[in-house]
Design a protein around this ligand. Structure first.
Ligand code: HEC
Length: 112
């Protein structure tokens, strides 16, 4: 079990190498595949109806999360926690910071 997961983590580590901030959030040197999976589920439940399935935005008013800069983790947490300009609802009462971190690690995969 750990052997297989280890190899999967190596693959994701390559993807996320540019994003040490995400790794720090995950509390390790590389994002945990289980964390990315949780983030994906949270995204599907809370975000996808506006931001699109697999982060593919409908291309109108909603921010395309595939283009969110991966070096702006702080901005991500603030925007998601507090909402944006009355156009995106605040999530601070719905999601814990840890869950927002899970979504962040999913965002950093670019939806693949
Ligand atoms: C009700 C529709 C809606 C939902 C649900 C929603 N968003 Fe948004 N989101 C928006 C809109 C609209 C914008 C663009 C706001 C703007 O440009 O001011 C946006 C912008 C963003 C941005 C960019 C903020 C920035 O700093 O530029 C992020 C990141 C984001 N959303 C993440 C999320 C996450 C994560 C979730 C799920 C927890 C989520 N959104 C759920 C509508 C939504």
């Amino acid at each position: 079990m750990t052997g297989y997961r280890g190899w999967a983590a190596l693959g994701i580590a390559a993807l996320a190498a540019a994003s040490s901030a995400a790794a720090a959030q995950a509390g390790g040197d590389r994002p945990d595949p289980a964390q990315v999976e949780r983030g994906k589920m949270l995204y599907a439940n809370h975000c996808s109806h506006c931001h699109g399935f697999n982060m593919v935005s409908a291309g109108n008013v909603t921010f395309d999360l595939r283009t969110f800069p991966h070096d702006q983790q702080q901005r991500f947490f603030e925007s998601v926690t507090n909402g944006r300009d009355n156009r995106m609802p605040p999530w601070g009462d719905v999601l814990t910071q840890e869950e927002i971190g899970d979504i962040w690690s999913y965002i950093c995969t670019g939806g693949k």
